[in-house]
Ligand binder design. Sequence first.
Ligand code: NAD
Length: 473
Amino acid sequence: MSVEKPYSFFESVEKSFDKAARFTKWDIGVLEQIKACNSVYRMRFPIKRDDGTIEVMEAYRVQHSQHKSPCKGGIRFSEEVNQDEVMALAALMTYKCAIVNVPFGGAKGGIKINPRKYSAYELEKITRRYTSELVKKNFIGPGIDVPAPDYGTGEREMAWIVDTYQSLKPGEIDGAGCVTGKPITQGGVRGRKEATGLGVFFGIREVCNMQEVMDKLGLTPGVEGKTVVVQGLGNVGYHTAKFFREHGAIVIGLAEYEGAIYNPAGLHEEEVFQHRNTTGSILNFPGAANLAINTDALELECDILIPAALENVINGDNAQRVKAKIIGEAANGPCTPEADEIFIQRGILCVPDMYLNAGGVTVSYFEWLKNLSHVRYGRMEKRFSENMNARILAQMEELSGNTVAEKERLLIMHGAEEVDLVHSGLEETMINATREIMHIWLSSPEIPDMRTAAYVSAINKVATSYAELGIFP
Ligand code: NAD
């Protein structure tokens, strides 16, 4: 990994913003307001550990923007948490939500702990105390600020948060919407787990369907037959690989931290996942060749490269050797600004993380809507659609004298379940966001890359929203 960070994380977000702001028409004061972090809440609170000692926790919640309410952003448990990082991640949430038309301001939270060093009971106390600190300062609520999982947190922590919130705010009818990423039984939504990987797939598929873009890259339109390499077989990488394979792409390379494997005939992510579970390593998968170093996978000849593991893996050192035509940033920050410059020169298309991995927050938005409406998606219309479809089918069969095959019959008659509607909403969101960003990029020759175009899209939307509120003339 190269050392290329002369400025802080928040400053680097500001730099990317400034680079894009030059391509917008907004007054400097408007841009300064959009960039600023509106509220930074730094808290300290004690918890008693299982061995009786008292430890003081350092925790944050940052609300970057209230141009839309509520604010939204994950809570991470990590030893790396600091104010600058939380501010940067909150700012990125504002831009990400704006790009995918999720009507939230950006926020982020963090507690400076390594969750592996704490018992489940200690983590529960920390999470509940953090939540009550947020309640005390009015920093959480379905109309104020809605956290979600991030590094080191998951459904379990979200269930503790909603429970704490609801016990401190009895009778608040929409209380379940104070946090997303909850277990289904606690008001969560189906389709959340695969949302980011599916969103990555939808975004790249839309790019691949654009004739003009494919012509420039020397590729044929469509996903079918495209060769794909995925780094990281975790939640995002696994699902991205799965959806590409299911839609006819060939996943020729997979990388994990212990190594990488290659098979030009294609790899099946679930089989590789099971092999890794059994043997403890991705290596020596039947029919595949081992690659000497895991980062070698990033340099394989392929159409689409999906870094889905961690940040800064494609940088000034190795970007020159990347052979993919399209890079889909599934992870957060996998390509450094130096790599971006090299890709611009080499005509490689980098589809930016800021919108490509927005599937999670998009489906969180659907969960929040579900919580406010107090009804499972599909409950009202599923049976109605099925009955109507059955009638139409029966009429068609009667008129044509033909009988529809059983498999087709089931497909036609199927009424939408919650997961179908969530996937459909996500597909619509990713297609629209891709088209909007591409339109900005392709209609302004001076905009150097898709990342800058994504920022331009975000800035325009946030600024317009302020203007419509009458905050700016
Ligand atoms: P995860 O922990 O489930 O998966 C990450 C995988 O990467 C793990 O299997 C890990 O072993 C592997 N890995 C670690 N170091 C590696 C290396 N050097 N080379 C190859 N593989 C390596 O995490 P995730 O939820 O899949 O998130 C992956 C990335 O996507 C992160 O950058 C995260 O911030 C981003 N992201 C995730 C979501 C989400 O909904 N989960 C949403 C947006 C962005």
